[in-house]
Ligand binder design. Structure first.
Ligand SMILES: CSCCC(=O)C(=O)COP(=O)(O)O
Ligand SMILES: [Mg+2]
Length: 228
């Protein structure tokens, strides 16, 4: 019996184009100014050091760090220091009302119903926990944060590795088989399944690849589909 849901964000409950066409370009546009002006802030300088460490260049210039981060955005690399910095940059965009967090209406209805029926909801995204909370705080449906009990990002590990799901299991009061993991990415579903979780693929309108897993195209179909 499912007692908790662990959901991905992009491609599962949020439109891919919101992330790729709005959030990523916003971060790219503001990254150089943000990193330069906030380079001495403890949170930011820790991420600058983390980029130097990824590059194996402890003395890399700030310019090199910024270029590296911009290349990672371009290539949609899910590297922790980039994801942490993006969260900090998006904060201004949300607060100024430049955009709101896209949530598919069927996902909002489903998550709300599940929460009301006592299912515990968790989030696991490559976007940083800060970025996740910003998206939910400023979502199309208002502040959705009360729905979620906890948030996980790449600090528990990459989403395509089973060990990351084992790490999440250490933080929640449920056995693996009591958790349903939702994602659009087959490699993530396979990793969660290897860790013992139940899984279901979301195959949204923007997907280019064919589904390779039990899937639904929106949450209205979930009643008819058994997780695997
Ligand atoms: C948390 S909103 C930003 C999403 C993001 O940066 C990202 O890389 C999406 O990854 P996901 O794991 O949600 O598919
Ligand atoms: Mg996704």
């Amino acid at each position: 019996m499912i007692k908790a849901i662990l959901t991905d964000i992009e491609g599962t409950i949020t439109r891919i184009s919101f992330v790729k066409d709005i959030l990523f370009p916003y971060a790219a546009k503001h990254l150089a100014d943000f990193v330069t002006s906030a380079q001495h802030d403890a949170q930011v300088s820790a991420q600058i050091e983390a980029v130097r460490s990824e590059l194996n260049q402890p003395n890399a210039s700030l310019e090199t760090v910024i270029d590296t981060l911009l290349n990672w955005i371009e290539a949609d690399q899910k590297i922790t220091p980039l994801k942490q910095l993006q969260g900090l940059i998006w904060q201004n965009g949300y607060q100024q009302g430049d955009f709101t967090g896209h949530i598919y209406p069927d996902a909002y209805t489903y998550l709300t119903e599940q929460h009301q029926s006592g299912i515990v909801l968790y989030v696991y995204s490559s976007g940083s926990v800060k970025a996740q909370q910003l998206l939910f705080a400023h979502s199309d449906f208002g502040d959705m944060r009360p729905l979620f009990s906890d948030y996980f990002d790449t600090r528990v590990g990459a989403k395509q590795q089973a060990q990351s799901y084992h790490n999440i299991l250490q933080s929640v009061p449920f056995a693996a088989h009591e958790i349903l993991f939702l994602s659009d990415v087959v490699a993530e579903l396979d990793a969660a399944k290897e860790a013992g979780m139940q899984t279901l693929q979301l195959w949204r309108d923007e997907q280019t690849k064919s589904p390779e897993h039990d899937f639904i195209t929106d949450f209205e179909q979930i009643k008819d589909e058994k997780p695997s």
